[in-house]
Every structure is written in C-alpha cells, then in structure tokens.
Design a binder for this molecule. Structure first.
Ligand SMILES: *Cc1c(COP(=O)(O)O)cnc(C)c1O
Length: 388
C-alpha cells in the first residue's frame, strides 16, 4: 500500500501556502535565537516572562536531576508520583486559592483528561469557537453533545444554554486569553451565565497565567474569581513559567474525580520530578518578579502605539500576544519571510490554526525584550508593509 494519495495531498498543501515546516534552533530559547547560522530577534515565543533560561530555574533543574534522576519511572498511580510532584501541587493549590491542584504531563493531555473525567454522552459542552485545539478535541472526544458558540458572544452562549435539553450536566469551556488573538474571555459574563444556568465553567488560562494579575495568577485571579465561580481552572507550565507540563485546580471532588477517571492522567508517565522542582522555582520567580509583568506591559503598550501609528491592523489585546491581521496565507508567509530577512522571527499563523482568511503574524513579547528591539521590529514592519 503506497502513500500516493497522501503525497498528492502534501503537494496540495504547498500550493495553498498551508504547508508547515519546522525551523531548527541552534541556541538556548530566548529573545535571541540562532537559526540557519543567523542570529534572530525572536518575537514568536511563549516564554513571556523569560524564565525558560533563568539561571535559578536551570540550577534547580540540574540539582534535581542529581537528586531524583531523569525520568519519573512510572505513571502517577503506579509509582511515579514523587514528593516533589506533590509539593508543586500544594504550591499551585495555595497560589490559586483552590482546594487542590493536579499535575498533567502536558496541557493538551490535561484538557483531554478533564473533559474525559467530567462528561458522558448524557451531558453537553459549549465552547468558544476560538478555543485551543486541545479543548475542542477534548470536548469532541468526551462524547458529550458538543456546540461551539461565536467567539466571546455571550448572547449566542445564552441561546445554547436556554435550549431545551435532557442533558444531565452542562460544561462551558473557554480559553482565558485566546492563544491566537490575545484577547481575554468575557469572564464576568461567563461566570454569571454559568452560575445562572447551573453549568460548570472551565477556563484554560495557558496564556494568561504568569502574565495577568498582580502576582501572575492569570485572568481568573485578575478578576478575583474564586473556586466557586470558576470551578475548573487549568493552566500550563510551558508558556510563562518556561518549563513543561500543566495543572488543573479546583475542589477536592473535582480533582479526585479526574484522578479516578481521566485516561490521559492514568495511562501516561508522570512528568520528570526535576521538571516539578524547576517549576516550583519558576513559580516563585513568577510571583515575586512583578517587574517582568510590568516590563511586558510597557513593551506591549509601546508596540501598540507604534503599530497604530504605522496603520497596522491590531487586535483588541492587552496580553503578550499581539497579532497583526494579514488575511491571505501567502501574504502572511511573505511578510514573515521578509521580517526574517531583516533579522526578526515572527511566525505566520494560518488555517486551520485560525479561521480561513484570517492568516496573521503572531507577534509575542517577552519581559527580556528591550524597547529598542520593539522599535527595530516596528521599523522592519514598516519597511515590509510598504514593500508588500
Ligand atoms: C499551549 C496550550 C495548551 C497545550 O499545552 P501544552 O502543555 O503545550 O500541551 C492548551 N491550551 C492552550 C490555550 C494553550 O495555549
């Protein structure tokens, strides 16, 4: 059996400017990266606070490898649940003001597992259209009746909630900060609607955690919503915390249910304990280093002001994600390539990651960028936009 059909489909992707390639990095992660023998200023990373390469985080990781080895050795429910995993869970529960927290090996698996544990065919789930792929897949895989509501459209969500139903439970799910648009979910409305309709509310704050809120507690903490109001809070370590993995926080019953039922929790190897140790250090830095969040906001404001001055089409975002709407796939790729020529790495985001006709440059900021680098990016953008 040959792959003739598949190779034809690959050729087709190239023709539509939808073919994806990987760039090989030859340096540490950060705002300056080495690619294909060139040093680029990186405006594509999710390492928003610049903690992925932090000396204290690295030191903690190295010492933990000496103390605990490299792999965890097993799944959490077998013999892979180390003391340091437990310590990190306790830190996260305390920091988020939830009864308990539970680690997952990745955010993707957390989202699959949470919905797997909570939902059956007799339930229903409503998701924002622009939710992260892992939330969409989690909802679909759960077997529950699945509906998407228009992005941040609370009237549309309400319409779904009011529909006559025989469903036992209803789950409403939203990104906290939308990963490709950078805008925040209408949290107060979501909480009000979910409460009124006795639905569970789940927020995935992968991009808000560490960035928003005085101590980096994310969009939920920024608005002061408690476990009662946002009963299922999920976030990841691979973004602002600069490490790897994810957690869900909530009530004793929620966490216990997930441990008993989530297949992506039960049937997978636990995170390396050294990652848990590094994440604990990273979490403390995240909380303590308020300057990182302030610096980010300064960079973001500076960029938005400069971009508006250039007449660039920005989106309503106050997060570290500042996309520039471009439209066609071809133009997004061309602009990304032109910026790269000038020494900047800004990735082009195309369907199916974003809806068709909304290809964009996804500019992201790190607390380690300098204002001068933002100015240089703006100057390069101006040049590219004139030429395109
Ligand atoms: C990155 C991301 C995930 C997946 O997390 P990983 O740990 O990278 O698997 C889930 N949800 C959102 C919103 C994300 O941005």
């Amino acid at each position: 059996m040959a792959f003739t059909q598949l190779s034809a489909q690959l050729v087709d992707l190239i023709a539509q400017d939808l073919y994806r390639t990987r760039q090989i990095i030859d340096s540490t992660p950060g705002v300056h990266v080495q690619i294909a023998g060139r040093q680029l200023i990186n405006f594509s990373s999710n390492d928003y606070l610049g903690l992925a390469n932090h000396p204290q985080v690295k030191q903690a990781f190295k010492e933990a490898v000496d103390a605990f080895g490299v792999g965890s050795g097993a799944a959490h429910l077998v013999c892979g649940h180390h003391r340091v995993h437990h310590d990190l869970e306790n830190d996260l529960a305390e920091f988020t003001g939830r009864e308990r927290a539970l680690l997952f090996s990745t955010g993707f698996m957390a989202n699959l597992g949470i919905m797997d544990a909570l939902l059956t065919r007799q339930d229903r789930v409503f998701e924002d259209r622009l939710n992260h792929a892992s939330l969409i897949d989690g909802g679909l895989a759960s077997g529950a009746r699945f509906k998407r509501y228009r992005h941040a459209d609370m009237a549309d969500l309400q319409r779904h909630l009011l529909a006559k139903t025989t469903a036992l439970n209803t789950l409403v799910v939203s990104d906290g900060v939308f990963s490709m648009d950078g805008d925040g979910a209408p949290l107060a409305h979501l909480v009000a609607l979910a409460t009124h309709h006795q639905a569970w509310l789940m927020i995935d704050d992968a991009h808000g955690f560490g960035v928003l809120g005085e101590q980096g507690g994310g969009i939920v903490a920024q608005h002061g919503f408690t476990q009662q109001e946002v009963p299922i809070l999920m976030a990841t370590f691979g973004k602002a915390l600069g490490t790897f993995g994810a957690f869900v926080a909530g009530s004793e019953t929620l966490i216990d249910t997930i441990i008993q039922r989530a297949r992506s929790y039960i049937y997978t190897t636990a995170l390396p304990p050294a990652i848990a140790v590094a994440t604990r250090v990273s979490l403390q830095l995240m909380i303590k280093d308020t300057w990182r969040r302030q610096k980010l906001q300064t960079l973001i404001a500076h960029f938005r002001e400069g971009a508006e001055h250039l007449g660039v089409c920005l989106m309503p975002s106050s997060s570290a994600i500042q996309p520039i709407m471009v439209g066609t796939n071809q133009r997004a790729l061309a602009l990304s390539a032109a910026l790269r020529e000038q020494g900047f790495w800004v990735s082009a985001i195309r369907p199916p990651t974003v809806p068709t006709h909304t290809a964009r440059l996804r500019v992201t900021f790190s607390a380690l960028h300098e204002l001068a680098e933002v100015d240089a990016l703006l100057a390069a953008l101006e040049k590219c936009l004139i030429n395109s």
